[in-house]
Design a protein around this ligand. Structure first.
Ligand SMILES: *[C@@H]1O[C@H](CO)[C@@H](O)[C@H](O)[C@H]1NC(C)=O
Ligand SMILES: *[C@@H]1O[C@H](CO)[C@@H](O)[C@H](O)[C@H]1NC(C)=O
Ligand SMILES: *[C@@H]1O[C@H](CO)[C@@H](O)[C@H](O)[C@H]1NC(C)=O
Ligand SMILES: *[C@@H]1O[C@H](CO)[C@@H](O)[C@H](O)[C@H]1NC(C)=O
Ligand SMILES: *[C@@H]1O[C@H](CO)[C@@H](O)[C@H](O)[C@H]1NC(C)=O
Length: 535
């Protein structure tokens, strides 16, 4: 026996050896290839990666590597330590189209460093410690990104000759005041970002006919001089979020599609003098102190209106008929009237959560025949509004004071997929109601004072059979079922079957686990399901 065994073992070892040997061969081959490849690009510096398209990427270098080929077209350095960028570093690389130096603690750039690079199109020096905009930039430049530095002054001479510049970013610097006339030479400029500078003041006459995107979010702007925007005749997007504005700027260009004025100090708005904004599609006014909004009807192309976090007590009258998304959450709205929604045939998303709505006129949204999301949570409703549009896919009524659910309230909702009734005052639901909701997938019923009678088990059976994900909550009554989880409790089932008050169906034998109401078996996070975009 023993010699045979030894033979087998030896054989196995030999085989193993052969396999290992082959693997080693492969490894050697790979290593050889690697070195051959490197040898083909002998100039690629240490800590850098060079590719065939003439791009060099370096990481954690202490200087711009000397060995970079003169024919290089793109240099990308990040997380290096390059305090001063010098003329000698790159000025002879005449093919250079893109130079990116970020996160490298760079404090200064020597005069003329970029001057001779007449192929340079993109210069990005974000996330450094620059105090000045580099001087004498080449006229070929199209994109200049200087965000997250310590630049405090913008001077006309910085931009002289940059007639091709399309994109200028100087966000997160320390520019306190800006005269836009310093930018007047940038005749091709399309996009200007000045966010997060603590700017208190912008002024000047300027003419940037190609500017489409202007962002000055998170500054300290209180107002604009009259006519400031007038020359921006092609502006599409204006972001003034997070400033100290008490009124909308006058003379906004008629070309605007998106206007952002969130987090300012607006109190009252009249759009009568905004008649010219016939193209405006999105208006963001959340988190101001608005108590009234007049003349919204003049914004005749508006599709999105954001008014969350203001002090509105009534829905603004004559909302534009083009409206698709309307967010009026976190206000002081008390009442929903049919007349406000009569013409809103395009409305798809309506958010009215966190108000004090106690009255909701019957059929108030009936004409909104595209409405798919209605958020009414955290209000004072005592019943589900009647005659909601049948197109609704999700209806959120969490945190109201609803006590009963009636047939006619749900009858029409044949597209409803998500129904949230969590945290109301409902004790019982008739099992026959669920037939009206053939598409229901998620149902939230927890935090209600459920009365788990034996009749109630029918509801449970129907919901289980339909495969709906139910968050059911706990029974409050009768006393023997108190605290039981009503979708899965075997005790409730047992009590009723025992007293012949409930007949078990096939597959419903006592002891069988139902999968619903068991958080780990659910497909979605059982916290509220807020992904309204999916419909
Ligand atoms: C760099 O140029 C600026 C103006 O273009 C000039 O004021 C400054 O003295 C120059 N610095 C050096 C070191 O030449
Ligand atoms: C629905 O729209 C029609 C036509 O615009 C109008 O006559 C009717 O009063 C509207 N109904 C409601 C409930 O607003
Ligand atoms: C909940 O409903 C009961 C009657 O079922 C009522 O007595 C109670 O006041 C209601 N509670 C609230 C907070 O509405
Ligand atoms: C629960 O329902 C039963 C039967 O309808 C009723 O008799 C009982 O009073 C209800 N209990 C509570 C606490 O509402
Ligand atoms: C029910 O589920 C629990 C835990 O999920 C498990 O421990 C138990 O064995 C299951 N009972 C039956 C009868 O499948």
């Amino acid at each position: 026996m023993a010699p045979k065994f030894m033979l087998k073992l030896t054989f196995k070892l030999v085989m193993l050896g052969k396999v290992l040997f082959r693997k080693m061969q492969l490894l050697c081959l790979l290593l050889l290839l690697f070195y051959l490849c490197r040898a083909q690009t002998p100039t690629c510096p240490r800590k850098c990666h060079c590719d065939l398209a003439g791009r060099v990427q370096c990481y954690r270098v202490g200087e711009v590597p000397k060995e970079i080929a003169k024919t290089t077209r793109g240099i990308y350095i990040s997380h290096g330590k390059i305090k001063h960028l010098q003329v000698t570093d790159i000025s002879s690389m005449s093919a250079l189209e893109e130079f990116v130096l970020t996160w490298s603690g760079t404090e200064s750039v020597e005069n003329n460093t970029f001057k001779a690079l007449d192929a340079l199109r993109t210069l990005e020096l974000r996330k450094n410690k620059l105090r000045h905009i580099p001087t004498l930039l080449p006229g070929s430049l199209e994109v200049l990104k200087l965000g997250d530095n310590l630049i405090s002054v913008v001077h006309e001479s910085h931009f002289e000759g940059l007639q091709k510049l399309r994109v200028l970013e100087i966000q997160s610097n320390v520019i306190l005041a800006l005269s836009f006339s310093t930018l007047s030479s940038l005749s091709s400029l399309q996009s200007l970002t000045l966010d997060g500078n603590n700017m208190e003041y912008v002024s000047g006459t300027f003419y940037l006919p190609n500017l489409k995107y202007l962002s000055m979010e998170n500054n300290k702007l209180q107002s604009f001089s009259g006519g400031f925007f007038i020359s921006l005749c092609n502006l599409l997007f204006l972001n003034l979020n997070g400033n100290l504005l008490t009124s909308t700027p006058s003379d906004l260009p008629a070309s605007l599609l998106t206007l952002k004025l969130e987090r300012n100090q607006l109190k009252m708005l009249k759009f009568g003098d905004m008649r010219q904004m016939a193209h405006l599609s999105e208006l963001f006014l959340s988190e101001n102190q608005l108590s009234s909004l007049e003349g919204v009807e003049f914004l005749s192309s508006l599709t999105r209106l954001e008014l969350s976090g203001n002090k509105l007590q009534i829905i603004p009258s004559r909302l534009p008929v083009t409206l698709q998304k309307f967010d009026c959450s976190n206000n002081l709205i008390e009442r929903i009237k049919a007349q406000d929604f009569r013409e809103l045939h395009s409305l798809k998303h309506f958010f009215l959560d966190n108000n004090v709505v106690a009255t909701f006129e019957d059929g108030a949204l009936q004409n909104c025949t595209q409405l798919s999301n209605l958020a009414l949570e955290q209000n004072l409703l005592s019943s589900i509004p009647l005659r909601l549009p049948h197109t609704l896919a999700r209806l959120d009524l969490k945190g109201n004071s609803i006590q009963r659910i009636k047939e006619q309230e749900l009858k029409n909702l044949r597209h409803l997929q998500v129904l949230n009734l969590r945290n109301n005052n409902i004790s019982t639901i008739d099992h026959s109601l669920w037939k009206y909701l053939p598409r229901l997938r998620y149902l939230y019923l927890d935090s209600n004072p459920w009365n788990c009678t034996c009749e109630f088990l029918k509801t449970r059976r129907v919901l289980t059979a339909k495969g709906i994900d139910v968050k059911g909550g706990k029974c409050k009554a009768p006393s023997e079922s108190q605290g039981e989880s009503w979708m899965s409790s075997r005790k409730v089932l047992h009590l009723c079957a025992h007293n012949n008050l409930y007949s078990l169906e096939e597959g419903e034998e006592i002891g069988k686990n139902t999968s619903v109401d068991n958080p780990s078996s659910l497909r979605v996070n059982m916290d509220d399901y807020y992904d309204y975009e999916i419909y």
